[in-house]
Design a protein around this ligand. Structure first.
Ligand code: ZN
Length: 482
């Protein structure tokens, strides 16, 4: 089956760089691109009209927490008044023993919602850095049914986080539990890597640099090497973590990870914001950015989430010029990877006070090619013969793009996930005219809403102060619920 996408602005990869072809063509046969570039005159079995649209490689979203929006993201809302006091970090800490896992159906509903929401907003490859646990057969089936491309496995750590009755954060070490979780993750990779017609791939997730002992991080990285899969951890994500690692090892999180052999080309670091030289760390010594570049690790930059917390990389441009591989992710809600391009660009400029920073080219590269290095994939993030047919059609005309002579500038300056018209993964059309083709959106949303309501209803039972959602995060205005 050969399909010809014609008439759009085609972003084709020429082996060195993306290049734009006005009224170009992309032709794919089954799951692979056979032509990308200038207008094509050969035969095809099917035709997709892309007039007025950007024909782009699908974006690689390096930071998705499957099931996230029903859980931690709510409690990380920066509108909450005790943000700095009780939970100044990237994950929830309940009263010990009080947080019970939701029923399997709720987990499944949230997974489906997160995956489809990311997909509709332009993500074709999801890096799942951890969500609710359990029912991994169901997880694999879901990826298979929905048609998307996912890298993941259950995260592991051997220091769980709790709040005590006074709302103080505590870390509790359980080496055996950590090892069991690592084994669970290894088992996941062995069972499911390359399943779902090759779209579900294994990777390892050491949850957070400070919630893993040095030994577990080493064992995790060794396991990733043995399995030949990428590994992710959250590091440089918040100041609690930065100070804990400094206190434990007298090193920054980046230097610590480098010294234990965790950082290399197959390593993805979530965030990497708090590194030597970031003013909040008050730690000017060493050169973490150079270390990241030398080791070849990738930074999964989530600009919008961090901006909401009044934080950002210092800076996108400094990392880029040092040779660090930068990729993009959404992390928080909404999972709108298209808008992240604009956030990355604009924040780069304001952070440096330099309007030449955060160029359109560089943020587009981060959302495409940047995600490929740690994955070890040269057939994603680009449209070229032999590449996977992971393709987006993004409507540009209503953005005023007629007056742009560069569609990438129109995209970065003005587009959002709502402009994503068509999403193709592995040669299959999963979103058409902005609507899912393989799932009933209303049903997915209703189930996710129900699961989220249930989750919200339980928050007071495991919060250290018994506060409910409305107290933790006061709404913008009084809300009269139906
Ligand atoms: Zn995260």
């Amino acid at each position: 089956m050969r399909t010809h996408i014609e008439g759009g602005w085609v972003v084709a990869f020429n082996g060195k760089t993306h290049a734009i072809h006005e009224r170009g063509s992309v032709v794919f046969e089954d799951d692979r691109v056979v032509h990308a570039g200038s207008a094509w005159t050969g035969q095809a079995d099917a035709r997709i009209d892309a007039a007025g649209k950007l024909v782009s490689p699908g974006f690689i979203n390096t930071h998705v927490h499957s099931t996230g929006p029903g859980g931690d993201y709510l409690l990380l809302d920066m509108a909450k008044n005790d943000y700095r006091g009780s939970n100044y970090m990237s994950f929830a800490a309940p009263l010990k023993g009080k947080m019970t896992p939701p029923p399997a159906a709720a987990t499944a509903a949230l997974r489906a919602f997160v995956f489809l929401h990311a997909l509709k907003n332009g993500t074709t490859t999801i890096i799942d850095v951890g969500g609710l646990r359990g029912d991994w057969d169901g997880y694999a089936r879901l990826v298979d049914d929905l048609g998307l491309r996912v890298y993941g496995s259950p995260p592991f750590r051997d220091r769980d986080t709790f709040m005590d009755a006074q709302g103080r954060l505590t870390y509790e070490e359980d080496v055996a539990a950590g090892r069991e979780r690592l084994q669970e993750a290894v088992g996941f990779v062995k069972s499911f890597d390359k399943s779902a017609q090759g779209r579900l791939r294994g990777m390892l997730n050491a949850a957070q640099v400070e919630t893993c002992t040095e030994r577990l991080l080493r064992e995790g990285k060794d396991a990733a090497r043995t399995l030949d899969v990428p590994i992710h951890t959250h590091a440089g994500g918040n100041m609690i973590e930065f100070q804990r690692i400094m206190g434990e090892y007298r090193k920054t999180p980046v230097q610590f990870l480098a010294d234990i052999g965790f950082l290399d080309e197959r390593t993805l670091i979530g965030h990497g914001v708090f590194v030597a030289g970031h003013p909040w760390t008050a730690h000017p010594f060493g050169d973490d950015v150079r270390v990241l570049a030398e080791r070849g690790a990738t930074i999964g930059h989530c600009p919008y989430k961090y901006a909401k917390m009044a934080m950002t990389l210092r800076s996108f441009q400094r990392y880029l010029e040092a040779g660090v591989t930068l990729a993009l992710g959404t992390d928080t809600f909404p999972l709108d990877i298209v808008s992240e391009l604009r956030w990355a660009s604009i924040l780069a400029k304001t952070t440096d006070g330099n309007y030449q920073a955060g160029q359109h080219r560089d943020v587009f590269n981060a959302a495409t090619l940047g995600g490929c290095r740690f994955l070890g994939r040269d057939d994603l993030g680009r449209l070229a013969p032999g590449a996977k047919a992971d393709i987006l059609l993004i409507t540009l005309d209503h953005l005023g793009s007629f007056v742009y002579h560069d569609p990438i500038k129109a995209l970065v300056d003005a587009a959002s996930g709502r402009d994503v018209h068509t999403v193709i993964v592995d040669g299959k059309v999963l979103v058409q005219d902005g609507r899912l083709t393989r799932a009933d959106e209303a049903e997915v949303y209703a189930k996710a809403a129900e699961a989220t309501r249930r989750y919200w209803g339980n928050v007071a039972s495991w919060r250290w102060d018994g506060a409910g959602v409305e107290q933790i995060i006061p709404p913008a205005f009084p809300v009269h619920r139906a």
